[in-house]
Design a binder for this molecule. Sequence first.
Ligand SMILES: NC(=O)c1ccc[n+]([C@@H]2O[C@H](COP(=O)([O-])OP(=O)(O)OC[C@H]3O[C@@H](n4cnc5c(N)ncnc54)[C@H](O)[C@@H]3O)[C@@H](O)[C@H]2O)c1
Length: 386
Amino acid sequence: MGNKINIAIVGLGFGAEFIPIYQRHPNANMYAICQRNSEKLNQVGDEFKIEKRYTDYDQLLKDPDVDAVHINTPIPDHAIQSIKALKAGKHVACTVPMATTVDECRQIVELVEETGLTYMMMETVVYAREFLFMKELYENGELGKIQFLKASHQQDMDGWPNYWPGLPPMHYATHCVGPVLALTKGEAEYVSCFGSGTIRKELQAHYNSPFAVESTHIKFRNSDLSAHVYRSLFDTARQYRESFEVYGSKKSVEWPLVEGKPLIVHTAKRPEPQIAEEMHSPDYAHLLPEPIQRFTTKGVYDTDEHQHLSFVQGAGHGGSHPHLVHEFVSALAAKREPFPNARQSANITCVGILAHESAMQGGKQMNLPEFTLEHVQAENKARELV
Ligand SMILES: NC(=O)c1ccc[n+]([C@@H]2O[C@H](COP(=O)([O-])OP(=O)(O)OC[C@H]3O[C@@H](n4cnc5c(N)ncnc54)[C@H](O)[C@@H]3O)[C@@H](O)[C@H]2O)c1
């Protein structure tokens, strides 16, 4: 790798959002794009002036100039494509979730260990401005001792195509599991999940998954903390809400019930009218290199040169996109682990996979596999050195 890391973006729906950010990142070269339909591939390539274009992912992986792939394809492809990329010697950034089975997560973690390559799951909520605000309060000690964490991700996905109908809610749980684990850099040790309510019979048939809501408790490893996360996808009247709440001994912060409203910060031991305050999170652009700072408040649509675009999705996810790009690229440039790395991504993703299994077995406690835990990985490394 030279000074700049050659990035290839795979999947150009949501994925196209990231092109102008990589193009402006000082350590990245937005080198290639890939998607199966050549008409849209060329439309995106022409728009962003990217010459290297692939309709076949396997051909892209044969290109020796590709240093890293950023995968934004449909969920069932994430693990297969990540595994292929690592085997081809490429670093991987992949949109959520990491995989749909525990075994796929294990394969990715093992490949990263064997090859020394980098893997990062591009979880948006842990780089959203609301999360960064709570993290700042936590790291400054303003929250006091953390006592409890809670998160939800509800979305009515009726009518979405392909693999979406009937998807078990906890199979796409990283947006709520990610923040509760990320705040204290905690690890999940075991989970128990209850299903609640019932979705329509025709939806149940796809994954043999009956529940309208899945509600999970997560026990943290080596910690007195536990967290509660819940999700719904069908037949539940909640169009959209991502949320994250943290309860500390000094301050607690709650996500608003309606998108776009301010956070509520509660401070202990104050006179009643001063306990709860509404606060807007800052944008945290100062954490980023100057050329990509504008993407914390503006999406691709708002940049002067791309205002006419109709094929890019255009949601900023709390200003997280430039932070994700910066974390991945700067970790590669500095040869350090990104957050979340492969093992942390596996811990987050396996919480959801195992939570659904738990719900199907009436709330049975499910232990996270050892390969998702830091101490096991550290012990393995130490054994190799002896
Ligand atoms: N907040 C978030 O983190 C967030 C938000 C939106 C989407 N996503 C994730 O991003 C992914 C893509 O979502 P989307 O809405 O853009 O989906 P989409 O169906 O609109 O786009 C998928 C893209 O992948 C391409 N593709 C499919 N199979 C391919 C293959 N084998 N090789 C190369 N390209 C292939 C398609 O041509 C298309 O460009 C999903 O996994 C979704 O869950 C995450």
